[in-house]
Ligand binder design. Structure first.
Ligand code: PMT
Length: 395
C-alpha cells in the first residue's frame, strides 16, 4: 500500500502521527506532504520520524538532483489520503488551485483520492463547503465523513476528523481485491412510504444507510451495482445506477424490471408489509368522529417474486427483528427462499435503523451462522459481501 498522506492546517493535524503509525502497522508505506499551515499544528519532524521518510512542505523539487517531487510521487502512489482536510483545501481541490506542494500534488496524483474533512460544524454546513465536498464526491473522490462530538472550540456537532481506526479501515478497504469484478449486484435500501391521503403516509425508521453501504462496498469491489432506493436523504454512491421509488409496489416493479442479468440480489430495504387499500383523493378531515378505520392490504412480496424468477439470482434477505432474532431469521430464510439472511436486532437503538453502526448475524442455508460484531455499516457491508463471495455457487 503506497500512500501519500496530505496534511492541511486544522487542529486535527495533531492526530496525524498516530494515523501514520496505524497505517504503517497495517502494512502501508506512507509519504507525507504538509501545507505550510499544517506545520503550525504538527511538526514535520514528528511525521518524518513516524513515517520513516522526509516530509515535503516546499512546492519546488530538489535543485541538486533535479527530481520533481510531485511527479515522482504520483508515479509511486496508489492512494492520496488528505486528513484532515480544511474548508480552504477542499475549495482549492474543487477548483484546481495548485499554489503549494500539497495542492500541486493533488492535481498531479493519478490514482484514487480519499478526503477526510475536519472543521467546525458551522463551516462544514456552509453552502459553499457543502457544494465543494459534493463536487469532489461527484468527481469520484471518496469522502470519509467527519464524526460528531466535541469540537476544538468548545462546541459540539459534526466536524471532528473521523476516528483513526475508521480512516485506516477505509484505506484498507480501498486496497481490497476486486472479488466482485464482472458480477452484477442489485441492492435495495431505505424505507417505503405508503400514502394514506395526499399529505400522510405510513413508513418506518429506515435511513437507507445499510443498503447504501452495501451498494458502495460492492461497487468498490468491482461489481456493476444497481440500487433501488426508497425515500432517503443520502447521496447516490458514485458509479452506482440508482432507481428511486416511493411505495412497496413501485419497489417491486423497479426490482423486477432491473432483475435480468443480476447475479446477486441483496434486500436491505425495509419494505412495508401492508399498505392502505386505497389512497384518499383529498386530505382526510378530522371531523369524522372519534375513530378512523383504514383498510390495509398486503404489499407484493418482492423476495418471493425474485425467488420465483428464472434464472434465479443468489439472494440475500434481511430480517429486522425485535425478539427471538436467530429463530425468526432462520424461519424467514426458509420462507423467503433466500441463500443468506442478515438478522438485525432492531430493538437495540445503537444499531440497525438510522444508526451509523450495525451488528448482525448472518445465517446461511447450509446452517452456518456468522456474527458480525458492532462496527460501521461499511465494515458490516464488506463482511456480508465476504460471506456472499464465500457462498456463491462456482461458475
Ligand atoms: O436503513 P438503515 O437505517 O440503515 O437500517 C437498516 C435496516 C434495519 C433497515 C436493515 O438492516 C434491515 O434489517 N432491513 C430489512 C428490514 C425489513 O423489512 O425486514 P423484514 O423482516 O420486515 O423483511 C424481511 C425481508 O423481506 C427483507 O429483506 C425485506 O426487504 C423483504 N421484503 C419485505 C416485505 C416485502 N413486501 N417484500 C420484501 O421483499
Amino acid at each position: 500500500m503506497n500512500i501519500v498522506l496530505g496534511v492541511t492546517g486544522g487542529i486535527a493535524a495533531y492526530k496525524t502521527p498516530e494515523l501514520v503509525r496505524r497505517l504503517r502497522d497495517a502494512g502501508a508505506d506512507v509519504r507525507v506532504i504538509l501545507t505550510p499551515n499544517a506545520t503550525r499544528f504538527v511538526t514535520p519532524l514528528s511525521l518524518a520520524t513516524v513515517s520513516g521518510h522526509g516530509v515535503i512542505i516546499e512546492q519546488w523539487g530538489d535543485p541538486e538532483t533535479g527530481a520533481v517531487d510531485h511527479i515522482e510521487l504520483a508515479r509511486w502512489a496508489e492512494l492520496l489520503l488528505i486528513a484532515p482536510a480544511t474548508a480552504n483545501f477542499i475549495a482549492k481541490m474543487a477548483v484546481g488551485i495548485a499554489d503549494d506542494a500539497l495542492s500541486t500534488y493533488a492535481i498531479a496524483h493519478r490514482r484514487e483520492i480519499q478526503v477526510a474533512p475536519a472543521m467546525n460544524w458551522s463551516m462544514l454546513q456552509h453552502p459553499t463547503v457543502a457544494q465543494n465536498i459534493e463536487t469532489l464526491r461527484n468527481r469520484g473522490v471518496e469522502i470519509i465523513d467527519p464524526a460528531s462530538g466535541p469540537l476544538a472550540e468548545g462546541e459540539e456537532g459534526p466536524g471532528r476528523l473521523a476516528d483513526i481506526p475508521v480512516i485506516v479501515e477505509r484505506v484498507q478497504q480501498h486496497f481490497r481485491p476486486k472479488d466482485l469484478q464482472g458480477r452484477a449486484v442489485l441492492v435495495t435500501a431505505g424505507p417505503t412510504r405508503e400514502p394514506i391521503d395526499p399529505v400522510r403516509f405510513f413508513s418506518n425508521r429506515s435511513s437507507g444507510k445499510m443498503g447504501y453501504a452495501i451498494a458502495e462496498a460492492a461497487r468498490r469491489r468491482g461489481a456493476a451495482v444497481t440500487l433501488v432506493s426508497g425515500p432517503t436523504s443520502l447521496s447516490a454512491p458514485i458509479g452506482v445506477n440508482v432507481t428511486r421509488v416511493t411505495t412497496a409496489s413501485q419497489m417491486h416493479d423497479a426490482v423486477m424490471q432491473n432483475l435480468a442479468g443480476q447475479q446477486i440480489v441483496i434486500k436491505a430495504a425495509a419494505v412495508a408489509d401492508f399498505a392502505p387499500a386505497a389512497t384518499a383523493a383529498q386530505k382526510i378531515k378530522k371531523d369524522q368522529g372519534n375513530e378512523l378505520t383504514l383498510t390495509l392490504q398486503k404489499s407484493p412480496d418482492i423476495l418471493s417474486s425474485i425467488a420465483a424468477s428464472s434464472p434465479r439470482p443468489f439472494i440475500v434477505a434481511f430480517a429486522a427483528e425485535t425478539e427471538s432474532l436467530e429463530e425468526n431469521a432462520r424461519e424467514k430464510l426458509l420462507r423467503k427462499k433466500a441463500d443468506l439472511i442478515v438478522a438485525n436486532d432492531v430493538a437495540d437503538p445503537s444499531i440497525g435503523f438510522d444508526s451509523d453502526q450495525n451488528e448482525v448475524l448472518v445465517i446461511s442455508r447450509d446452517g452456518t451462522t456468522t456474527r458480525i460484531e458492532k462496527s460501521s455499516k461499511l465494515t458490516v457491508a464488506n463482511r456480508i459481501l465476504d460471506l456472499v463471495v464465500e457462498h456463491l455457487p462456482r461458475d
